[in-house]
Design a protein around this ligand. Structure first.
Ligand SMILES: [Zn+2]
Length: 440
């Protein structure tokens, strides 16, 4: 089966989360493993929720890890030009929910394992592919559950991991780069609640509660957070702009952002801005006398989506919020806190990825690390000492700015040449790794 066909079959299994239904995807992948005699293990984590671990050369101690998730976000067919679960091919693009996030990488990983299977007995190292449930909705049925198994934890400990989220082409200053994800911002959801104040008379409503809400919203947004600049930002800017740009201070970072804007690099300037600033955005505001979601005694709430620089701890964040809210009669609560990280912009696996992408596309001048403003399952492997990179490379027919606009968006699609490029590059990285010549 071609990579294209595997991807089409994967997309046609609706795994929108909620409810996920990854079990059906796992059944399809298990059948593929059985027909190619690949060792695999299914881990059921709930009704209709399943994960699968596949191993090439299972007995070998040294292994590279391919990480993927099998669920997709919701798609509203009314907003699409093609059936989101039809996997139609039009003008060189394959359309469907999961085409980019991230069933294409699962299809590529399967093709890689199948291609290397006949040589399994003669390899020096192995591959472990981990395809999980529930990545799009908090991973409760996914990777953290799998990692409760001490044997799997030991198997994954300290490994190089290829994951979603990067390996995308970007053109800047007349040269092409491949942007590889090496870290993530911290993603936090914070709620501020205004309780009913004594003496409020519903016959004479005042704006008191809403006024407090507005003040609290402004105060949280201007909370003074610690500012530790990620190394990744400096590395990215040095590789693309050369020396002479100091990103150690917010002012230095802002000067680089302005410079990138001036030269028309709007996408990169946005990325550098996101990588060098903590951002706090009010997203859900509830208020007013008859709001159906507010409990008795609660007059207003505001939820914030916070994308913090990696390294800011939960306590530091709460301290800053508390200082900002000190004069206001409100409560605050952290709804979720997913700690990010600032990985090194160089590592053996980063070097192997860069070498492979340049072997397959001579126009790529260099690989450049970046931090994603989002979060993915990679963060669960960092505490095990894994070197996780977002590297599911696509070719120049679908550059970074196009990819980002379609992930979780309408008309998600992958270029067929990009899919083939990914298969060749990932196949190359994995082949060299299992043959023990990854650093040549
Ligand atoms: Zn994803």
């Amino acid at each position: 089966m071609t990579t294209e066909r595997v991807l089409q079959d994967l997309i046609r299994i609706d795994s929108q989360n909620p409810p996920g239904n990854e079990r059906a995807v796992v059944d399809f992948i298990s059948a593929l493993c059985r027909s190619h005699d690949l060792a695999h293990q299914v881990v059921t984590t709930g009704e209709g929720r399943a994960n699968i671990v596949i191993r090439l050369a299972p007995e070998l101690p040294d292994r590279i890890v391919l990480l993927g998730h099998l669920d997709v976000v919701q798609a509203d067919p009314k907003r699409w030009d093609h059936d989101p679960f039809g996997a139609e091919i039009v003008d060189g693009f394959l359309y469907g929910r999961g085409a980019l996030d991230m069933k294409y990488f699962v299809a590529v990983a399967m093709q890689t394992l199948i291609a290397l299977k006949p040589r399994e007995a003669n390899l020096n190292r192995g591959i472990t592919a981990v395809f999980t449930a529930d990545e799009e909705a908090g991973s409760s049925f996914g990777l953290p559950k799998l990692l409760e198994d001490p044997a799997l934890r030991d198997e994954l400990r300290g490994r190089a991991v290829l994951n979603e989220g990067g390996g995308f082409a970007y053109r800047s200053g007349g040269r092409w780069y491949s942007l590889i994800e090496t870290g993530q911002k911290t993603v936090c959801r914070l709620r501020v609640t205004v309780a009913e104040r004594p003496g409020t008379n519903p016959y004479f409503p005042t704006m008191t509660h809403e006024a407090i809400l507005a003040d609290a919203t402004e105060a949280v947004q201007s909370a003074e957070l610690p500012h530790r600049m990620p190394n990744t930002a400096q590395t990215l800017v040095s590789r693309i702009l050369g020396g002479g740009h100091d990103l150690s201070t917010p002012a230095g970072a802002d000067a680089v952002v302005a410079h990138l804007n001036e030269r028309g690099d709007r996408f990169l300037s946005g990325l550098v801005h996101a990588m060098t600033h903590s951002m706090i955005t009010p997203t859900v505001v509830r208020g007013g006398a008859r709001h159906p979601d507010l409990q008795d005694g609660i007059k207003a709430t505001v939820d914030f989506d916070c994308r913090l620089l990696p390294g800011i701890t939960r306590d530091e964040f709460l301290d800053a919020v508390d200082r900002a809210l000190a004069d206001l009669e409100v409560e605050r609560e952290i709804l979720s806190f997913s700690e990010g990280y600032d990985g090194p912009g160089s590592s053996p696996v980063f070097a192997a990825a860069e070498a492979a992408i340049r072997r397959h596309d001579g126009e790529i001048a260099a690989a450049v690390p970046f931090l994603t403003p989002g979060a993915n399952d990679g963060k669960y492997l960092r505490p095990l000492g894994c070197e996780v990179i977002g590297f599911a490379p696509l070719d120049r027919s679908q550059p970074f700015e196009d990819v980002i606009g379609r992930i979780h968006g309408d008309n998600e699609r992958i270029s067929l040449s990009g899919l083939e490029f990914c298969r060749r590059v990932i196949g190359d990285v994995c082949e060299r790794y299992v043959e023990g010549r990854d650093n040549e």
